[in-house]
Design a protein around this ligand. Structure first.
Ligand code: NAP
Length: 296
């Protein structure tokens, strides 16, 4: 439970979507006493986590919505967000807030907000970045779209998951900022996997390369976190490659609508589709290294 700064009443919080990101975020909310209920499509995961955290396992999304004021959501893709929201609608009422952490299109965020607004509840799109490590360590960066006053009401909840919360503007602007992030991640992935494959071909000690390069101008999060695993041929997610392909497809459509192209993003999406066709869609995005590394 958390106190609503506006009304000084306590707010009950529930979490829907207990995947790699959602489960870690729910744990952090529970750690500071902010979680009351959870729901997950695959019920076993919700049962285990509810028992671990000592919170209620809701029977359905609507059951969860009937128990809490703040509903946090982290599911896979656009249609999943809209499906969950359709299931929430019958139980939503004025004063409630739905916060969606999933990465989806700006259009989906706007559609979700419209559906929710009709019930009198409020909606924030609040996509996150920082990977599973950020979710686990409560160091996610959160980009928020929606009413500033709504954000202020749930800020204490978001602060339990994050060390950087930025209000981007109206509904959908959080997802627009996340699209920028995903385009950048595509380029970083191409650069890091290609450079490390090059280093391996030159016969370098790749742990030493990662150590020294991380300290200089080319250092970055992805190199430090995923460099040591990709060069050992380990591609455990992390961030599933098929989810990033989904994001890049959204980015390409957004760019087209804005009258521009994203050539590098298109190339990475194509690389991901090739890897997905070979059965690597559930691996981490660093599996792009498979296409770059020297043949054994
Ligand atoms: P994940 O491990 O695959 O988990 C997906 C979750 O969504 C699961 O709980 C799944 O339920 C649920 N779900 C999917 N479709 C659903 C539907 N139609 N109805 C109800 N629940 C549904 O994915 P993740 O890595 O946690 O990613 C979740 C979101 O965060 C995605 O939008 C992703 O792009 C974004 N994200 C991920 C990362 C990362 O590093 N992993 C970083 C930033 C943002 P089941 O358990 O029943 O399958």
């Amino acid at each position: 439970m958390v106190t609503d700064r506006e009304t000084e009443k306590t707010l009950k919080v529930g979490f829907i979507g207990l995947g790699s990101m959602g489960a870690a975020m729910a744990r952090n909310a529970a750690k500071v006493g902010l979680l009351d209920a959870v729901w997950n499509r695959t019920a076993d995961k919700a049962e285990l986590l509810a028992r671990e955290l000592g919170v209620v396992r809701a029977a359905t999304p609507a059951d969860l919505a009937g128990r809490v004021e703040v509903i946090l959501l982290c599911v896979s893709a656009d249609r999943d967000v809209l499906e969950v929201i359709e299931n929430l609608l019958p139980a939503l009422h004025p004063g409630q807030i739905v916060v969606d952490f999933s990465t989806v299109s700006r259009d989906t965020a706007v559609a979700a907000a419209q559906l929710i607004r009709a019930t009198g509840a409020a909606f924030l799109d609040a996509p996150v970045t920082g990977g599973m490590e950020g979710a686990r360590n409560a160091t996610l960066a959160i980009m928020v779209g929606g009413e500033a006053a709504t954000l202020e009401r749930v800020r204490p909840v978001l602060a339990a998951l994050s060390n950087r919360i930025v209000h981007m503007g109206e509904v959908g602007m959080g997802q627009s900022a996340k699209a920028v992030n995903q385009v950048m991640c595509a380029g970083i992935n191409e650069a890091v996997t290609e450079a490390l494959a090059f280093g391996a071909r030159l016969g370098l000690d790749m742990d030493k390369v990662i150590e020294v390069v991380s300290g200089g101008a080319a250092g970055n999060w992805f190199l430090e976190k995923r460099g040591p695993t990709m060069t050992r041929g380990t591609f455990k997610p992390g961030f599933k490659l098929a989810l990033h392909e989904k994001d890049l497809t959204i980015c390409e459509a957004m760019a087209e609508a804005a009258g521009m192209t994203l050539p590098m993003t298109a190339m990475t999406a194509e690389h991901y589709r090739q890897l997905m066709a070979e059965g690597h869609g559930d691996e981490d995005i660093s599996a792009l290294y498979r296409l770059k590394r020297p043949a054994a």
